[in-house]
Design a protein around this ligand. Structure first.
Ligand SMILES: [Fe+2]
Length: 496
């Protein structure tokens, strides 16, 4: 473990760095999205076959990690890590086990690659971030990685990864691995475009401020305010990004609106704030969606009426309207250009995490215009789940039996009148609950809710008591020892 006090004081006391003055928290981009899942082996298979990703590294019992199994998959610059627990024996394993039990499969880490992890950690914690892991080094024959971690909303963290001195497949402790299936001839996507977090009612601005202070991020112009929240989307949203726009984090919160908030539903099923969706950049969304649909990925539906007037406001797009209609791809346009986007249904049984495919042509928006467009396409009025597809990335929902014990299902084919009546009754019945809620929903069977609301750092601290003072870095496996054996070859068996 690195002596962080020394490093911290060195950085804080060093001569002014011009580059750092210009950008106090420089980033290189997203390093990885790390998921804690119930079955990482099957998750790796799903993302290989359905998302066209390539397994490149592995850590598990075969190469010395007896507690966890982790699979690293890439596509272009995008990297996902899936970790599951084999048998918990440390606080880290217990943490992962409890995380999956409480939240289902979900994102535990939005790891960010930085040029200097010690400096980044020092700056972040000096500006109010909750330090989870002080900077430390991992080494093997491929070089050295410096890692540190800070907490963000919920139990999500940002591992800060400095890997310029490392050329291994992922991190020390990971062995190279062969793809599970032959990668598709055409890449399904090539990068992570943005990662969206859902936070509790009334807390969006706190977390936006957190990214301002802690990472020097600034707001992008697109935001969803009261007007759209009330009328179309039931959510509010702002987007923070680093100065180069390589890392973009929209932050959503539920809004008191005419209809049920999807964000509320996420918070209820996930149990607290967390990552809602990952947007994946593609340069051919038509090919991507065709390939993913053929592999069984389910996408949200869009009514035909959306496409009847699309050309009037969206103008010319690379993809003909009839193809957009066939594949249910959405369009949004602003003064900078346009974007094409589509949302998957949740990729696990809980209505929580899902993905977005996005093809940008100039626009650096996130699909705000689709709140209204979809609302109008569905005839306006109070429709379940009519909005929120863009930033909020919703589902079309039919609610049966009210919100308490609500049974919801993804559906576009439903009795509109019955649904509207049901929805109005549901809103009326629970309006007081929406408006009076002052704290996030928590699973009462698992954990007590937080008792105070002191701001991001404090809240992060009194979420579920964290079983570990040494949460693992970007991922997974207990690979902190230096030089953990990852010598060439896929998953060498070291048990013998
Ligand atoms: Fe998005």
């Amino acid at each position: 473990m690195a002596d962080t006090s020394t490093h911290t004081s060195t950085h804080l006391g060093s001569a002014p760095d011009t580059a750092r003055e210009a950008d106090p928290f420089p980033v290189k981009g997203m390093d990885a999205v790390v998921f804690a899942v119930g079955n990482a082996k099957q998750a790796a298979h799903y993302y290989s076959t359905a998302f066209g990703m390539k397994l490149v590294a592995y850590s598990g019992p075969e190469n010395g990690s007896r507690e966890t199994a982790s699979y690293v998959l890439t596509n272009g610059s995008a990297r996902f890590v899936f970790t599951s627990v084999i048998k918990p024996s440390t606080e880290w394993g217990t943490f992962l086990t409890e995380h999956v039990a409480a939240h289902g499969d979900g994102v535990i880490d939005l790891a960010i690659e930085v040029p200097d992890a010690r400096a980044a950690y020092a700056y972040a914690t000096e500006h109010g971030a909750r330090g989870i892991q002080e900077p430390y080094e991992l080494k093997d024959e491929h070089g050295t990685v410096v890692l540190a971690a800070i907490g963000t909303y919920g139990k999500t963290r940002h591992t800060l990864v400095e890997r310029s001195g490392y050329d291994g497949p992922y991190l020390p402790g990971f062995a190279p691995a062969e793809p599970i299936v032959a990668p598709p001839a055409k890449r399904v996507f090539q990068a992570i475009d943005h990662c969206v977090g859902n936070v509790e009612l009334g807390r969006m601005n706190e977390w936006v401020d957190f990214y301002h202070r802690v990472m020097g991020f600034t707001n992008m112009k697109e935001f969803v305010g009261d007007d759209i929240a009330t009328e179309y989307s039931a959510l509010m949203s702002k987007v923070v990004a680093d100065g180069t726009l390589k890392v973009k984090f929209p932050i959503n919160e539920p809004a008191v609106a005419k209809k049920k908030s999807q964000i509320d539903e996420y918070l209820e099923f996930y149990g607290e704030a967390g990552v809602q969706h990952i947007a994946l950049a593609t340069n051919d969304i038509v090919a991507s969606v065709r390939a993913m649909r053929a592999a069984g990925v389910q996408f949200l539906d869009t009514p035909d009426s959306y496409y009847d007037t699309l050309g009037e406001w969206a103008g010319e797009t690379r993809v003909p309207v009839e193809t957009l209609r066939e594949l249910k791809i959405l369009v949004d346009r602003d003064e900078d250009g346009y974007l094409l986007q589509i949302f998957t249904k949740p990729v696990q049984d809980r209505p929580t995490v899902f993905f977005e495919m996005i093809e940008r042509h100039g626009s650096m928006g996130f699909g705000k215009g689709n709140f209204k467009a979809l609302f109008e396409a569905r005839g306006g009025g109070l429709r379940p789940g009519a909005g929120g597809v863009a930033l909020g990335g919703g589902r079309v929902r039919v609610v049966a039996g009210g919100r308490s014990g609500a049974r919801v299902r993804d559906c576009m084919i439903y009795d509109a009148h019955q649904a509207k009546v049901q929805w109005r009754a549901d809103v009326a019945r629970h309006k007081s609950r929406f408006t009076s809620r002052t704290r996030p929903l928590h699973d009462p069977l698992q954990h007590p809710p937080p008792t105070t609301r002191d701001g991001p750092s404090a809240v992060a601290d009194h979420r579920h008591p964290h079983p570990t003072g040494r949460d693992h870095p970007a991922a997974a496996g207990d690979h902190r020892r230096e030089g953990a054996g990852v010598a060439g070859g896929a998953c060498p068996d070291t048990k013998a």
